[in-house]
Design a protein. Structure first.
Length: 309
């Protein structure tokens, strides 16, 4: 009976998260909104809240008898039993993600899949266009200021929409796929791995209203949806490790917010004459997959995880 109820909870969560995301993305599919516009940013930001709507739907319809304090703890909204360890993971997420993004870009350049233009910042200049002429600063200073802001400030500004996703995917869904911690013993690695992969696939497919339009990999068109699933599985495994190690969703929230802040900015170091192929270069490209996979293997080997209790 518990298994049936747990499965019903998961299906309700997915119905709300996926259904609401497609409804919000309808203007994009009807042609009223285009990729890269301010209206598109609003659509994407609202979509990020839909996994949390799924969590709330489960609580309102099936778990209302659960005390709020217990629900918050079970879904990772607290700092977990070891606040010092969670604080360390928060710092690692804040600084580690930009480091991984930088390393992925340098490895991409070494592999010959991106041409960097540190001296001229031609792609950055092209992106800003006439706006850059209105700023009385050297473009390299402008870029440096933006990068510092993206590393130290933007992850916290991004925390609200990132929480909208992470409370759903890592806070609620991942523990459900592992088995309800209130009734199941902590699973070993053989059960953790399939749950991480499945949650990553679901996370990637949830982006389909955007990625089927070429979001993240414009040159691929609808095939961007399939490629982004692969990235979500690998990066989702790292976010899942943070969640399971800390028993808190907040390190994953900061890591997610940091990724959204620095990824695009890093690629603007490319050469405008030979723009980077996002499918290959950078943290979300194939080169980044290899780097992230190596990091995931190391952290899971050095610091194994179990299900939250």
């Amino acid at each position: 009976m518990t298994v049936i109820r747990r499965n019903a909870d998961v299906w309700l969560f997915l119905l709300v998260a996926f259904g609401a995301s497609w409804l919000i993305a309808l203007p994009l599919w009807l042609g009223a909104v285009r990729l890269g516009t301010p209206a598109f940013a609003l659509v994407g930001g609202l979509m990020m809240l839909t996994p949390s709507l799924g969590v709330l739907a489960v609580w309102l319809t099936r778990r209302r008898g659960t005390p709020l304090r217990e629900w918050a703890r079970a879904t990772g909204l607290t700092l977990g039993p070891d606040r010092g360890g969670t604080a360390a993971l928060l710092v690692a997420a804040l600084l580690g993600v930009p480091l991984l993004v930088a390393v992925a870009l340098l490895v991409s350049a070494a592999a010959g899949v991106v041409s960097l233009d540190f001296a001229g910042l031609s792609l950055f200049r092209a992106q800003l266009g006439a706006t850059l002429d209105k700023v009385p600063l050297d473009p390299r200073v402008v870029y440096a200021l933006q990068f510092v802001q993206a590393v130290l400030i933007a992850p916290f500004l991004n925390a609200i929409p990132a929480l909208g996703e992470e409370w759903g995917w890592r806070g609620w869904l991942l523990p459900r796929l592992l088995g309800d911690p209130a009734v199941s013993s902590a699973p070993g690695p053989r059960r953790v791995r399939p749950a991480l992969v499945l949650s990553g696939v679901i996370w990637g497919l949830w982006h389909a209203p955007l990625t089927l339009k070429g979001y993240n990999y414009p040159a691929l068109g609808a095939w961007a949806a399939a490629l982004f699933v692969g990235f979500c599985v690998i990066f989702g495994a790292l976010l899942g490790w943070m969640r399971l190690r800390s028993r808190s969703v907040w390190p994953a929230v900061i890591a997610h917010g940091s990724l959204n802040a620095v990824t695009g900015l890093a690629l603007l170091l490319g050469d405008a004459a030979a723009p980077p192929n996002a499918a290959l270069a950078g943290i979300t490209g194939v080169v980044g997959w290899v780097l992230l996979a190596a990091v995931v293997l190391v952290v899971y080997r050095l610091r194994p995880v179990t299900a939250p209790r």
